[in-house]
Design a protein around this ligand. Structure first.
Ligand code: DGT
Ligand code: CA
Ligand code: CA
Length: 577
């Protein structure tokens, strides 16, 4: 929990940097820089001054607004303004700022003059020699940037969650077959359902310490291991052939909870919990929670949290983003689960680029426990996906009517994944859209419009009377294509006003909305639809990654559109009322 003066100063510096990149009012930027310096140099902790009831506006350059922000950081552990700035700017901007030699002025020039939004784009611009020509740069700085990116790239090879899951599950199964072990759990960022993982952290418990060596031996002999990085009595690290590192820890079953808590992280969450424990005179480590050397908890995670006075915090929330404060008050969200989903509002069939027929998709949906499934083919503009024209769509509507008359237990909803054209209009005539149960709309082209134009484009589309749901709202493809630049808060607010919804696309390459944006939608009261974007009957399995992302975004059952019954859904998506 950032309560120290230095933490507050860092937050204010970052706010100033991001405001500068946004071309905000220079006085406002200077106010944050000044506040960072004033707070950073204070001899006493601001949190103590606040406790003593001191009026912070007595500090030089601190007005009511900044005093409020300081209080917010001390009590809530984060700053709403900074959270908002993070969502308003491409997420890689913060990473760019961290590269040695790149301050806000240079990042701003790169962003505005060369439209550099990601490390990948920065790398390309540096390789092509486009950076040296910018005022204030030159060849030397361009070379430094190139070098810094290469160092960064070598450190940061991360695996998409769905890919890591394949390796994790196979290894879990392999280890479970070791004689004498009690259980195998994959912890770390994998358990927190982060969209990418740096490495796998596997925790094995045994009934006796004697078994630990056997587990380590079996682990290092796994077929996929290409290199043993280290191996000891209770721990080992290996590199798999695919380049994924796996860390193993073996503990006694009685320490399961404490060890699982430790290895699940995040590190920031762990540190905050440890500080909390210290305040209560407790010591916490991977073996248990101790008071004056006596172990008082450790067998389960719930007991570890209870020992420090907290409700159990689900792994997806453990990022030190306010979850600890909320756990203190016992008001943690009841996070959405896969079994809460009653349908899926985004699926394709053979009629465009899917692999299965309407009937096959309906049957597979039924097997998933769905009450409804929206069929959302691409529209004509998307020729690569053989998008449907008016005639073809109307023909599919007739087929759906016929099939619905026959199907038991599931309703197919007539829909379309209609293209949002560059001017914000939709790629099919109103008269056709009017025949559908709902209209899913998405951007598939002109990703590089300016932030204002891209935002206006989507808002204009939402104002269309038949618009229901914005699919994959940022357009990003994990590790391949950065999100297009939009003002997501404006879009969310427009959705709220218009009675529209946003999708959380569960495809492992997309996971779009991002977790922070889900939380923003929740706070603004906009329902999210967690959709598979299935192109075959097997793709419904991806919903679990969407659920993971939704949980990271603090979503509960009530925040998710497709937890509603088909009758409730029909009322919510009917825009004529
Ligand atoms: P990753 O692998 O980069 O996706 O992220 P994590 O969170 O899996 O990080 P990793 O693999 O470095 O460490 C696994 C967990 O171990 C981490 O989430 C928390 C715990 N951990 C690691 N280093 C420290 C540390 O220095 N202090 C504390 N308290 N916990 C740590
Ligand atoms: Ca890890
Ligand atoms: Ca690790």
């Amino acid at each position: 929990m950032p309560k120290h003066n230095a933490d507050i100063a860092v937050i204010f510096e970052e706010i100033a940097d991001l405001l500068e990149i946004q071309n905000a009012n220079p006085f406002r930027i200077r106010a944050y820089r000044n506040a960072a310096r004033v707070i950073g140099e204070l001899p006493n902790e601001v949190s103590h001054l606040l406790e003593k009831g001191m009026d912070l506006t007595q500090l030089p350059g601190i007005g009511d607004d900044l005093a409020g922000k300081i209080k917010e950081i001390v009590t809530a552990g984060h700053c709403n303004l900074l959270d908002r700035l993070h969502t308003e700017l491409p997420s890689a901007i913060t990473e760019l700022l961290k590269l040695p030699g790149l301050g806000p002025k240079r990042v701003k020039a790169l962003y505005h003059d060369l439209d550099v939004q990601t490390l990948e784009q920065l790398h390309r611009a540096a390789r092509d020699g486009r950076i040296r020509a910018l005022p204030g740069f030159g060849e030397k700085i361009e070379n430094n940037i190139l070098q810094a990116i290469e160092v960064h790239a070598n450190q940061a090879q991360r695996f998409k969650l769905a890919i890591a899951a394949q390796y994790a599950e196979a290894l879990e199964k392999y280890l479970t077959a070791t004689p004498g072990i009690v259980r195998v759990t994959v912890a770390g960022s994998y358990r927190r359902m982060r969209e990418t993982v740096g490495d796998l952290d596997i925790l094995v418990t045994t009934a006796t310490t004697a078994t630990a060596r056997e587990v380590v031996r079996r682990f290092t002999r796994y077929d996929e291991v290409i290199e043993i990085l280290s191996a000891g009595a209770t721990r080992a690290s290996v590199m798999l052939k695919c380049g994924l590192q796996v860390d193993l820890r073996v503990v006694r079953e009685e320490s399961y909870g404490a060890a699982l808590h430790y290895f699940t992280g995040s590190k920031a969450h762990n540190i905050a919990i440890r500080v909390l424990a210290q305040k209560k005179g407790l010591k916490i480590n991977e073996y248990g929670v101790f008071r004056e050397g006596v172990r008082i908890a450790g067998e389960s995670e719930a007991a570890v949290y209870a020992a420090v006075g907290l409700a159990y915090i689900p792994p997806e929330l453990r990022e030190n983003h306010g979850e600890i404060e909320i756990a203190k008050s016992g008001k943690l969200p009841q996070l959405i689960e896969r079994s809460d989903l009653r349908g899926d509002l985004h699926a394709h069939t053979k009629a465009t680029d899917g692999h299965n027929t309407l009937r096959e998709m309906a049957q597979a949906g039924l097997a998933q426990g769905f009450e409804y499934l929206a069929i959302t083919e691409h529209s004509r503009r998307l020729t690569v996906a053989h998008g449907l024209d008016t005639q073809q769509l109307l023909k599919q509507c007739d087929e759906i009517d016929q099939l619905n008359a026959e199907l038991q237990g599931i309703t197919l909803l007539k829909s379309i994944e209609v293209d949002i054209l560059e001017d914000g209009s939709l790629d099919l005539p109103d008269s056709v859209l009017a025949r559908l149960d709902l209209v899913v709309a998405a951007v598939h082209s002109s990703f590089n419009l300016s932030r204002t134009r891209q935002t206006e484009r989507i808002i204009h589309a939402m104002q269309h009377p038949h618009f229901t749901l914005l699919a994959h709202p940022t357009g990003r493809l994990l590790q391949r294509r950065a999100p297009y630049d939009v003002d997501m808060l404006r879009i969310i607010r427009e959705a709220r006003q218009r009675g529209c919804f946003l999708e959380l696309n569960a495809h492992p390459e997309r996971l779009d909305l991002l977790d922070t944006q889900c939380r923003m939608a929740k706070e603004e009261g906009v329902l999210i639809s967690i959709n598979s974007d299935a192109h075959s009957i097997y793709d419904f399995a991806n919903l679990r990654f969407g659920i993971g992302q939704a949980r990271r975004g603090w979503l509960e059952k009530c925040d998710v559109l497709n937890t509603r019954t088909v009758q409730e859904l029909r009322l919510l998506i009917d825009r004529t009322m």
